[in-house]
Design a protein around this ligand. Structure first.
Ligand code: CA
Length: 243
């Protein structure tokens, strides 16, 4: 039974932070292992095959972003990066390299657990359907019919512009994952011109007006200030606002 539980690999060289996270995971009954540097982390990933990785970006022997690039060569395992405030640029580089989410030090225990829960939900979604094979995407009251190119909210068809539709599909295909401004503009406009980030904000606002009941309290698309956006996964039984 115990082995059906997802295994979390915690990579952190700072003993105090490592102990805090370890205690938190232990108290919540999560299965986890620890590594104190990049070398140990890569060995643990190949030998123990963890389900999720919590990765500190400032490691003594290796750049955290390099570790992500290496792992993404063979695995889509969700990675949550942990960075200090001074490493903001690294955090964005880590997301662009394929990390799923991030925590900025100092973080609260609640924040850590919320990120782990979101990532576990993403993991079970990745394992159940696989976003690539799905022809219909359903998330709470939102439904995208990829084949027909139609979007529905509570059964009512929405009229999206081509860019709004592209944006929504991109977020849906990466549900649960934080997408950076650079990644989104590259995917939607095929460029990373600086003004695109401003356009992105405008399109995001019009998209939210259509899909969110209360655009000031978005339920589907979360803003990560200075970083990007994420679509949250809503299970059928989950009540609004519990995340
Ligand atoms: Ca560190």
């Amino acid at each position: 039974m115990n082995h059906n539980k997802p295994l979390i690999l915690l990579v952190e060289d700072d003993t105090a932070v490592k102990n805090l996270i370890a205690t938190t995971l232990e108290m919540q009954n999560y299965r986890f292992e620890t590594a104190a540097n990049g070398q140990q982390a890569l060995i643990a990933v190949t030998s123990r095959n963890p389900d999720i990785m919590l990765l500190d970006l400032g490691l003594p022997d290796m750049d955290g972003v390099e570790i992500i690039k290496k792992i993404r060569g063979w695995s889509q395992m969700p990675i949550i990066v942990i960075s200090a405030r001074s490493e903001d640029r690294d955090k964005i580089d880590a997301l662009d390299a394929g990390a799923d989410d991030y925590l900025t030090k100092p973080f609260s225990v609640e924040e850590l657990l919320a990120r782990v829960r979101t990532t576990l939900r993403r993991l079970s979604y990745m394992r159940s359907a696989g976003p690539a094979e799905e022809s219909v995407f359903v998330n709470g009251d939102l439904k995208i019919d990829y084949a027909a190119g139609c979007v529905y909210l509570s059964g009512e068809e929405l009229h999206l512009t081509p860019i709004e539709y592209k944006l929504l599909c991109l977020l849906a295909q990466n549900v649960g994952k934080v997408l950076t401004h650079t990644f989104i503009t590259k995917e939607v406009w095929g460029s990373t011109w600086e003004n695109d980030v401003a356009s992105l904000r405008v399109f995001m606002a019009t998209l939210r007006k259509k899909i969110e009941t209360d655009p000031s309290q978005p339920r589907y698309i979360q803003t990560h200030v200075g970083v990007g956006y994420r679509m949250l996964r809503h299970d059928q039984e989950q009540t609004a606002g519990s995340e």
